[in-house]
Design a protein around this ligand. Structure first.
Ligand code: NAP
Length: 248
């Protein structure tokens, strides 16, 4: 049985890493997949064919997650192309790490806007559609550092903590309309985002993880399949950590 057969999903930031893994797992499970990218144009365009190979409909949109009016255009585009929207995964995210003492206002604003405001942008734009359908699953990608903080990531941790508060509020506001809202908090996942870290930092992370390894994007994607599917119809307002027991 395919867990997402016939569902229409939108995943932001799917040109690489976790978003790409979610898009591929969703297509494998029978979902039609709309996705966004911003700077990785070639990778974004190439993904369409990979998704279509699973026999589903796929479309990529070049859209800046931090842009409020672009989100409205995006949601309208997805709904007119696919007919409905059943699963919204807010995955697009960036880091601009530095100690608070050195952090510029620009670095603060950029990370908050791409990681946190982006969730407001798409959810706000999709609410009318989801309410009319009286169903939908919203999945926001947070992080374990949104729960526990991290030195050198005040902007990023704040954005990811904000996502958790936002996710829970949406669950409370829209639950009576059959709309679920959950957050996934990955730990240390091996993607381009973590590739930039030096080997000592990476080893430090691995040593501190009870499972003694970083996670794979596909392991986060499996959790998103579950939350998007009808296997999780009574789960809302929750944060699921995918972190090899980094947080317990
Ligand atoms: P990644 O490999 O750097 O991929 C980030 C994705 O977000 C790319 O597809 C990128 O698209 C897209 N993106 C960035 N800025 C965007 C914007 N303004 N508008 C639209 N798309 C944008 O990162 P990742 O590791 O897969 O991370 C994915 C999510 O998981 C992020 O929210 C991240 O914070 C979260 N997370 C990651 C880890 C980890 O250890 N990797 C841990 C916890 C949480 P373009 O390249 O096309 O711009």
């Amino acid at each position: 049985m395919k867990l997402l057969e016939g569902k229409n999903a939108l995943i932001t930031g799917a040109s690489k890493g976790i978003g790409r893994a979610i898009a591929l797992k969703y297509a494998e499970q029978g979902a039609n997949v709309a996705f966004t990218y911003l700077s990785s144009v070639e990778k974004g365009e190439a993904l369409v064919k990979e998704l279509e190979a699973f026999g589903v409909k796929a479309k990529g949109f070049r859209s800046d997650a931090s842009d409020f009016s672009a989100a409205e255009e995006l949601i309208n585009g997805v709904v007119s192309e696919f007919g409905s929207l059943n699963i919204l995964v807010n995955n697009a995210g960036i880091t601009q790490d530095t100690l608070l003492m050195r952090m510029s206002e620009e670095q603060w604003d950029k990370v908050i806007n791409v990681n946190l405001k982006s969730c407001f942008n798409t959810v706000k734009a999709a609410t009318r559609t989801l309410m009319k359908q009286k169903a939908g699953s919203i999945i926001n990608i947070s992080s374990v550092v949104g729960v526990r903080g991290n030195a050198g990531q005040a902007n990023y941790s704040a954005s990811k903590a904000g996502i958790i508060g936002f996710t829970k509020s949406v669950a409370l506001e829209l639950g009576s309309r059959g709309i679920r809202s959950n957050a996934v908090a990955p730990g240390f996942i091996e993607t381009e985002m973590t590739e930039v870290l030096d080997e000592k930092t990476v080893q430090g992370w691995r040593d501190s993880i009870p499972m003694k390894r970083g996670g794979k994007p596909e392991e986060v994607a499996d959790c998103c399949v579950f939350l998007g599917s009808d296997q999780s119809t009574y789960i809302s307002g929750q944060v699921i950590n995918v972190c090899g027991a980094m947080l317990t």
